[in-house]
Design a protein around this ligand. Sequence first.
Ligand code: IMP
Ligand code: MG
Length: 180
Amino acid sequence: MAEKNILEKNIVEVLLTEEQIKKRVKELAEEISNDYQDKEPVLVSILKGSFMFLSDLLRNLKIQCTIDFVAISSYNGSTESTGVVRQLLDLRENPVDKDLLIVEDIVDTGITLNYLKKNLLTRNPRSLKICVLLDKKERRKEHIKIDYTGFVIPDKFVVGYGLDYQEKYRNLPYIGVIKL
Ligand code: IMP
Ligand code: MG
């Protein structure tokens, strides 16, 4: 067997391959393109984790849309959400009367998305929906309605395709379980 590269040394399991992700992202984009046919949604990407998902989703959308970014942190370099959410960057554009679609890498406890949803709703968008690539359903602490889900995954800490462990591993092209 070939030597694993330095990135892959601590990956104990490939959960989703590049091909699986590509196929599913395309399907999600088709669904979203259908649902937003006569609209021009603003895709609100939560940094940093969702940047790769956003760029692939965006490339597959067949509608007029714009993008904007927020940065939110509920982690302190650990693998457990602290429950304390900090907003580090806010939208550039005013979301009033816009159709917002939050794009997130993963929903775990639901705290981050609930925080952002509440915050954005105070600014009177026309609509607000949520699209996540990964859903760790078993870990939910707060209910949150997800409108588009890529994959439901087991309760394991995953990295790659934008997701990090202590800021690293985002550049893996697939999603893998890391040995902590
Ligand atoms: P929540 O607030 O607990 O739902 O956490 C959501 C955030 O935690 C996501 O935006 C991710 O940044 C991070 N997160 C949760 N699970 C994982 C994981 O398995 N790998 C990497 N980041 C994760
Ligand atoms: Mg995140």
